[in-house]
Design a protein around this ligand. Sequence first.
Ligand code: TYM
Length: 332
Amino acid sequence: MSKGVVFSGVQPTGELTIGNYIGAIKHWVDLQDDYDCNFSIVDLHAITVPQIPANLRKNTLEVLALYLAAGLDPEKSTIFIQSHVTEHLELSWILSSMSYMGQLSRMTQYKDKASKSDENLNAALFTYPVLMASDILLYGTNFVPVGDDQKQHLELARDLAERFNNRYSQTFVVPEPLIQEEGARIMSLQDPTVKMSKSDDNVNSYILLLDDRATIIRKIKRAVTDSIGVVSYNDEQAGLKNLINIYSVLTNKTVDEIVKKYEGKGYGDFKGDLAEIVADSLEPIRNKYEELIKDKDYLEKVYSEGAEKAKRKTKKMLSKVQRKVGFIQKKY
Ligand code: TYM
């Protein structure tokens, strides 16, 4: 039986946080042996907000090096830069002709970004989820491992797959989100009501994958908790709940095991242990990253071979779609 297909990606818009790691990349590493995995660095998505070209180039290579440092293996998975596989854009145009303005305007990520922008909004910010649907549908993807914030975009990809299949006959697989319960939404360490994000103004609100040990320990010690003083897992203690989630994902311990371990102990003990756990988990990634980022030839080899593999995989699906919508097949 053929293995299921997995697709996911990260935008190269800055340094990655443990939210990206726990919500997505860590999970991907575990899927590599059991699925046909495709992981992209989605630079086309990144330009939907203004980017400084030199930074975009730098960030794209950094995300690639982080993928590899975290354990993604180019021998097992197809790892590539999205703009190198132009088939994504070709499918995106076709799918945008079947996407409804009303549905796109209800996307919360679009509404959030639109409400924060003082400049003219660009059209790509609006059609962003259609390109994401193309990323996914082009590979016949069964599963999309993402954090909770991407759920709505996934719904759109499913709708577009069904709409296309209904209109033109069975073509696309309808993809399922793979969202892990505990790591689905890592919250800000300073305000547990908002998602941890690298674009937060307060540097203490997030931990970067490349933060050093002392910084990680300091940020966790400063993480907002509450005055209840008992380590337990509930919505009233949202700050603590978030820290327990991080602890749980990084140690593979259940929430109950963690709560039990800290019975009768204060937040100081818990945070002290958590700080060591986070620092110990990220240290090998940081060390490996420092090695890889210097080796530009190796990175180039990985993304070039990855793009070739991805192109081979997408060609058939794209020409099938083009044929179904009525385009004349290329004869060259
Ligand atoms: P991006 O770059 O915003 O985030 C990459 C991944 O990290 C997850 N994530 C989080 N998970 C838990 N807690 C958090 N605080 C947190 N912050 C980020 C995101 O859910 C995501 O899985 N549109 C996508 C990129 C994309 C994509 C795709 C993903 C483009 N095409 C196709 C899957 C399939 C995005 O902006 O991710």
